[in-house]
Design a protein around this ligand. Structure first.
Ligand code: DAK
Length: 257
């Protein structure tokens, strides 16, 4: 069944999810979030997909959670909705995810972009956590992931004062990995995703896991974790294939085995 607020397409081994709620700045309504998590998990299970791209429209990635969904909610209702579980499922996507961000990535939109593994920003991108302007605060990782990415002082300005940062500032602060012209943002993200998708699938997933572990382990625990994952890759056919291909001066053909 086609989702209402997403456009899904695939190019080779890259699965693309485009947020599409243009009349509401791609606000992440409850329905959109259900569709988004389902789509990401479907790509994660799909043996033909090796990398995922998440994008929005040319003017807005996503302007946050849908304020209308939350405006009248009580604590009990928010608890019952258990939206954190849904966000957690995005965090658990095991294949690499690249976000292509044009225009506003605000509140939950910025948090969604930060759940991606790589952010490609267009010159027009604006990142912000403006929840303070509507009497709340980030609720899907903004205070944690943003702080880890850009450091305390800038994160505080963004969270306490609703300051937006543009693409260049996001690049120099370490929030995004590159800035490109608006017209080429999705193409560039697709190019990176396509390149990633040619690499050994099991190694990709474990390498992603290892980098993410750096967020919440000590260096010693992280190094041990990395070592165990590294050893385990010697049980894969892809490791034999990759190394044999290098030595044989030919292109490796990875099967994800
Ligand atoms: N929610 C609902 N509608 C939104 C929206 C949003 N976040 N953002 C924009 N819209 C709607 C506007 O109401 C307007 O609708 P109509 O009036 O035309 O029906 C339409 O999109 C166009 O918006 P504007 O007329 O405002 O357009 P402008 O170009 O003037 O301004 C803007 C664009 C993006 C600067 C502005 O719309 C804006 O400031 N939007 C709100 C940004 C914001 O405050 N975002 C944070 C929302 S709170 C959680 C997980 C996540 C979250 C919470 C909990 N759990 C796991 C529990 C996240 C919370 C948030 O993100």
């Amino acid at each position: 069944m086609q989702p209402n607020h997403l456009i899904l397409r695939r190019e080779g081994a890259v699965g693309v999810v485009q947020l599409h709620r243009p009349d509401a700045m791609n606000a992440l309504s409850l329905e959109l979030m259900i569709e988004l998590v389902d789509a990401l998990e479907a790509y994660d299970r799909d043996g033909d997909i090796r990398c995922i791209v998440v994008t929005g429209g040319p003017k807005v990635f996503a302007a946050g959670a849908d304020i209308r969904d939350m405006a009248e909610a009580t604590v009990a209702e928010m608890v019952r909705r258990n939206q954190f579980a849904r966000w957690e499922r995005i965090r658990n996507i095991s294949k690499p995810v690249v976000a292509a961000v044009c225009g506003y990535a605000l509140g939950g939109g910025c948090e969604l972009a930060m759940l991606a593994d790589i952010i490609v920003a267009s010159e027009t991108a604006q990142f912000g956590q403006p929840e303070i302007n509507i009497g709340v605060m980030p609720g899907a990782g903004g205070t944690q992931r943003l702080t880890r990415a850009v450091g305390k002082s800038l994160a505080m300005e963004m969270v306490l004062n609703g300051r937006f940062i543009g693409a260049r500032e996001a690049l120099s602060a370490g929030l995004v990995s590159r800035v490109v012209a608006a017209e080429t943002c999705l193409t560039e993200a697709m190019r990176i995703a396509e390149e990633i998708s040619r690499r050994a699938p099991v190694a990709l997933r474990l390498a992603k896991q290892a980098v993410l572990a750096a967020y919440d382990t000590t260096l010693s625990a992280g190094l041990l974790h990395e070592r165990a994952l590294f050893y385990s890759l010697f049980a894969t056919e892809d490791q034999k294939e990759g190394m044999a291909a290098f030595i044989g001066k030919r292109k490796a053909k990875y099967e994800g085995k």
